[in-house]
Design a protein around this ligand. Structure first.
Ligand SMILES: Nc1nc(=O)c2c([nH]1)NC[C@@H]1CN(c3ccc(C(=O)N[C@@H](CCC(=O)O)C(=O)O)cc3)C=[N+]21
Length: 295
């Protein structure tokens, strides 16, 4: 038996298309495009690649993209001053400060400076709190993208056993909240979990977000389980090449899983598509209009 590959890239393209189709209505009523500001500090080449692809996707969806590139000598005060300026800028509906930030800048202080209404990453404590208590708010892009893939594949998730491996504030914890909202029985496993393979083997749904290349293997899975691989790890490949792998050992897992997301082409493209979706949703909320249906 060999499970299906869950095509996150194709799903993400359809979501981006739906966002792009909804933008003209916003432009019509508000006489401006929804705007996303992305702030990047420092020279990390991989981060610059992501920021460029976010900017391109934003423009392709018909939205305005504002990129702010700051040198790695930028102080926390300067960065927060920029965030505060973007908070006040009416052309900006979404603010994303690319993480990680250089050493010496406190991520938390910068995130808390973002207006929660413009926090399209959903990282602000106000949005994390709203998610935890089931209030309307902006939800982190990666976990929301994972949930969309799961619902598309499985329909109703009620009563299913979900194991989230990883407890970060940006993926693991919000993922667990979303699955709980869908009436899953949710376990959060992590580096201190005893008998991790045994815990993972109970799961109908496995979300892997540990940041350890190919850690979760096929023999850890319940046959037929749905596996969502959030990991993006660059490891040594053939010769002097590198290759991108997830937190799941794809080849062995595929033999046992019912469905599995690949890396690349799985969760990564969903993150960017949901970022566009969140930007449009934030823009509608700021304008006091209903968000487009079905996003
Ligand atoms: N404030 C903030 N918000 C973020 O959402 C955020 C961030 N900081 N810092 C960096 C990470 C990383 N991230 C990715 C988004 C898309 C892909 C993606 O589309 N990946 C492709 C291929 C990537 C490749 O080939 O290198 C794929 O998986 O198929 C990857 C990684 C968003 N991040």
């Amino acid at each position: 038996m060999s499970g299906d590959i869950i095509d996150g890239k194709a799903f993400a393209e359809r979501l981006r298309q739906r966002v792009a189709e909804a933008v003209p209505q916003f432009v019509e009523t508000e006489a401006r495009a929804p705007g996303l500001a992305v702030v990047i500090v420092g020279e990390d080449p991989a981060s610059h690649v992501y920021v460029r692809s976010k900017g391109k996707a934003t423009v392709a969806a018909g939205m305005a993209s504002f990129e702010h590139r700051l040198p790695d000598t930028t102080s926390q005060e300067e960065l927060i001053a920029l965030v505060e300026q973007l908070n006040l800028d009416d052309a900006v509906d979404g603010i994303l400060v690319q993480l990680p930030l250089p050493a010496g800048i406190d991520d938390k202080a910068v995130i808390e400076a973002i207006d929660p209404a413009k926090d399209v990453d959903g990282f602000h404590v106000a949005n994390a709190g709203r998610l935890a208590v089931g209030e309307e708010g902006l939800v982190p892009c990666t976990p929301l993208g994972c949930l969309m893939l799961l619902k598309d594949r499985l329909g109703d998730l009620s009563g299913l056993e979900a194991v989230v491996v990883g407890r970060s504030n940006i993926v693991g914890k919000p993922m667990a909240q979303l699955l709980l909202q869908q009436n899953c029985t949710v376990t959060i496993a992590h580096s201190r979990t005893r008998d991790l393979p045994g815990v993972v083997r109970r799961a109908d749904i496995v979300v892997a977000a540990v940041g350890r290349p190919e850690m979760i293997r096929g023999d850890w899975l319940k046959p037929g389980a749905t596996v969502i691989d959030v990991g993006i790890n660059r490891i040594a490949g053939e010769g002097d090449r590198t290759r991108l792998v997830g937190d799941v050992d794809f080849e062995s897992a595929r033999q046992v899983a019912g469905g599995i997301t690949p890396v690349p082409g799985g969760v990564g493209p969903m993150t960017i598509a949901v970022l566009l979706r969140n930007t449009l949703v934030a823009a509608c909320a700021r304008a006091g209009i209903a968000p487009p249906a079905g996003l």
